[in-house]
Design a protein around this ligand. Structure first.
Ligand code: NAG
Ligand code: NAG
Length: 802
């Protein structure tokens, strides 16, 4: 300042001589204290301080404001007040205060100009302490954001010179452009993209610095809010999600959840999930919650169809960016499929004569499950008749184990159980209904081992006498039984003509009347034959017994009724009461009751003299013979059988009472017997030998006759009782008497109705031998009948010989 003053002073000195045209110039810094000296204006005007006082120097300014004071004593110009250049001159670069120094006596003035010099007394000031910007993230570098400039009231070099941003900020720089009037246009320039997700907002200071010395600065805070841009796609936490779910999981079961993240804000970070499958979602068994990313099952899964589902899930944010992940859903097998039995072939019905080991059915088992759930084992319930045999792979064969019998079991239900090895196991049963077809393996069986039927003799032709029945346990035609008569001997062509059997129902008929006295029983062979192929048959014997009817009257044999004159019995007058006179011998061709004979005295010359034994026909003396009794007595004995109604015959007898003969006449035999025991023995022996010979002869003759006749024997009639006859004869021969035997008819001519019969008469003396007379009589009667029987046989042979 001093130098400046000197310059000014020099200038003033130079100017003064030239009529004060030039003003005296000073300069003073603003903000000087009041009273501080600006310059010694008196000296510069060439005046002395005395003159100043004398001439009453004073300062006058145009606006009347007194910024300066003049010290008259010293001639110095001092500041009257604090000067503020900015107030006085504003932003103009020069600020000059002009005034005049007035002097009187003479009036003289000097122009004085004081230039107020700027002092850096103001700092740059921003309009606001804080400025907020919003910039979209990912804006390109170079983007400019204008900032309102700071103001510095100072001028010149004291005015605002530069803007700076602290170097630690890497995103922005500041650019300023000088405008007119010293103004600057300031912009923040984006140097590098901002990522909201990294730095959602920035705070930086913008510093404005002026050129003063020392420089002053002003700061404003710049707050930068980074606006979100959808610059982030959703990303899944995993690229691949693997879930496992049981195949029978109910609909709605959660398989897994996917999670995607999007760091963007708001809508840009708003993720929704969808399947990215090309297939429509309705076909997928899954659904995804678009908000939570939870994947659920919508319908039951089937391991057997799909073991693994592969999906892709898209996560889309509100800005349309998307991310994708892959999902693998493994379906876990459950034992949810029962084994299946598939029958390949099955043969039914099966003939009952099927060999054991025959294949009945071939079937396969399978299970759609896997692992142990698909391991199948097969079992058979019936192990007796059938068995299971693995064939190949999963095929099984059902074969028969033993022989089958339709008659025992006509149908088998073979139950096969297939079970898998799951837990719990699932089972399937397959039932084979095996029908057994019939084979003709059973002959008809008669319900009786033999049949005995009865027919009354003299039957009407074609009478039904009974039925035979045979059953065949086979089925169908194999069980259809027909009956037929068989010849008894294979050689015979025609079976008995008098019996017929209904081939359908087995009814047995007798075709023609039978006579008990000719035929007592018939035997025929009937066979029951089924309609199988080949047919099977069974024979059975049907015995027809002819039942006797009382159709024969008794026949009196002794005494002979046809002899004339009738022979007479001789009775000595000395005979005692009870002595046997004679015996009426009669037979009845009937049998049983019908042949039981009873004897009754019908009439007599003297009914009181004789008694007839009703059972045995013996005529005995009832009382002693007297002189008055007629010599010739006639008796009639009624012989009656026991039939219903009874038939009878009469026997006429004549008895001569020998009065003179007395005791000794008749018993000549008795005497011989009594006196001559030895001769009687000889008689007996002779008789026995004779009888035996006779018997043997008759047997021989009969046998010969029988052999001879054998070939000519015809028809169903049998020769009955020959055995009995022989044995009876033999027995009689052995015992010396005849047994109480039946009379047998022997008639080999067929169809003959006449009752030509021979007989053996049953005679048995009912009275035990009391003396030799009766014994002898017995012998006589016995010996009488053996020849008779012989004759009977012999005659028969002769008659039937051709
Ligand atoms: C055998 O069958 C016949 C005819 O059907 C019948 O009359 C008879 O009583 C049966 N016999 C037996 C022992 O069942
Ligand atoms: C049945 O009898 C006939 C003839 O008499 C014979 O040929 C057949 O062999 C017999 N059948 C049986 C099973 O005995």
């Amino acid at each position: 300042m001093a130098s400046a003053r000197q310059v000014l002073c020099l200038c003033a000195l130079l100017c003064v001589p030239r009529v004060r045209c030039e003003p005296i110039r000073y300069s003073v810094a603003e903000e000087g204290e009041s009273g501080s000296v600006v310059a010694n204006v008196a000296e510069d005007a060439g005046l002395t301080p005395a003159q100043l006082s004398a001439r009453r120097a004073r300062i006058a300014s145009a606006d009347g404001r007194q910024h300066f004071r003049l010290e008259r004593a010293t001639g110095r110009l001092v500041l009257a007040e604090r000067l503020d250049r900015e107030e006085m001159c504003g932003r103009s670069l020069t600020c000059t205060l002009a005034f005049e120094l007035l002097l009187e006596n003479p009036l003289q003035f000097f122009r004085v100009e004081v230039a107020v010099e700027d002092v850096n007394d103001h700092s740059p000031v921003f309009p606001g302490e804080r400025v907020t910007f919003k910039i979209p993230e990912s804006s390109n570098p170079g983007l400019r954001f204008p900032v309102e400039a700071a103001q510095d009231l100072d001028v010149g070099s004291n005015s605002l010179q530069a803007y700076t941003i602290p170097p630690e900020n890497e995103y922005f720089s500041v650019s300023s452009e000088n405008l007119a009037e010293g103004n600057k246009y300031i912009e923040l320039v984006l140097e590098k993209p901002v990522d909201r997700e990294e730095q959602p907002e920035l705070l930086l200071s913008l510093i404005a610095t002026d050129g003063g010395s020392p420089p002053r600065s002003g700061t404003t805070q710049i707050h930068i809010i980074v606006l979100d841009a959808n610059d982030n796609a959703p990303t899944f936490t995993q690229k691949l999600y693997i879930g496992r779910i049981l195949e029978n999981a109910p609909a709605g079961s959660v398989v897994l959840s996917v999670v995607a993240n999007d760091p963007d804000l708001g809508l840009n970070g708003d993720i929704s999930y969808t399947f990215s499958q090309a297939v429509s979602e309705s076909q997928l068994p899954f659904t995804i919650d678009d908000r939570s990313g939870e994947i659920c099952v919508t319908k039951p899964l089937d391991f057997e169809t799909t073991q693994k589902h592969e999906l892709s899930v898209l996560a889309i944010d509100g800005g349309g960016l998307s991310g994708m992940c892959n999902i693998v859903v493994e379906v876990v097998d459950m034992n949810d499929n029962a084994p299946e039995v598939v029958v390949s072939s099955f043969s039914s019905p099966l003939p009952e004569n099927t060999e054991p080991g025959t294949l009945v059915a071939l079937f396969a088992v399978r299970d759609r499950d896997s692992g142990v759930n698909g391991e199948i084992s097969c079992a058979l319930e019936d192990q007796v008749f059938f068995s299971l045999r693995p064939a190949y792979k999963n095929y099984y064969e059902l074969v028969t184990m033993s022989t089958l019998d339709r008659e025992e079991t006509a149908q088998y239900l073979v139950v096969i159980t297939a079970a898998d090895a799951g837990s719990p196991p699932l089972t399937t049963t397959q039932t084979f209904t095996v029908d057994i077809s019939d084979v003709n393996d059973n002959a008809p069986i008669f319900n009786q081992t033999s049949y005995t039927m009865f027919v009354r003799e003299n039957n009407i032709p074609g009478v039904l006498v009974g039925a035979i029945s045979a059953a065949d346990s086979d089925a169908g035609p194999n069980a259809k039984v027909t009956y037929s008569l068989r010849p008894v001997y294979p050689a015979e062509q025609d079976p008995c003509s008098c019996i017929s059997v209904n081939s359908e129902n087995g009814h047995v008929f007798v075709l023609r009347p039978l006579d008990y006295e000719q035929v007592r029983q018939l035997e025929v062979l009937v066979s029951a034959t089924d309609a199988g192929s080949p047919p099977l048959s069974t024979n059975v014997t049907v015995r027809l017994l002819v039942v006797d009817e009382n159709d024969n009257a008794p026949l009196v044999l002794h005494p002979a009724q046809d002899s004339s004159p009738p022979s007479s019995e001789l009775v000595p007058a000395s005979a005692e009461v009870g002595d046997l006179v004679t015996k009426v011998v009669a037979v009845d061709a009937d049998s049983g009751q019908n042949s039981w004979l009873s004897f009754h005295l019908l009439r007599a010359t003297d009914p009181g003299l004789f008694a007839v034994g009703s059972q045995n026909g013996e005529v005995r003396l009832r009382r002693p013979v007297t002189e008055r009794d007629a010599v010739k007595q006639k008796l009639e004995v009624l012989v009656r059988d026991n039939g219903q109604p009874p038939l009878s015959a009469t026997a006429a007898l004549s008895v001569l009472l020998l009065k003179g003969l007395s005791q000794e006449h008749l018993p000549q035999q008795e005497l011989a017997v009594q006196d001559e025991d030895s001769s009687l023995t000889i008689y007996l022996i002779v008789s026995l030998v004779f009888v035996s010979l006779l018997f043997l002869t008759s047997v021989a003759a009969f046998v010969a006759c029988k052999v001879f006749k054998r070939k000519e024997l015809k028809g169903g009639h049998m020769l009955y009782g020959t055995g009995n006859l022989q044995s009876s004869l033999a027995a009689g021969a052995a015992a010396g008497t005849l047994p109480h035997a039946y009379c047998y008819e022997i008639n080999l001519t067929t169809g003959s109705g006449n009752s030509e019969f021979k007989f053996l008469k049953p005679i048995l003396p009912s009275v035990p031998p009391q003396h030799s007379g009766t014994v002898f009589l017995r012998m006589l009667t016995s010996s009488f009948f053996f020849p008779f029987s012989f004759l009977c046989v012999f005659k028969h042979c002769l008659m039937n010989s051709p």
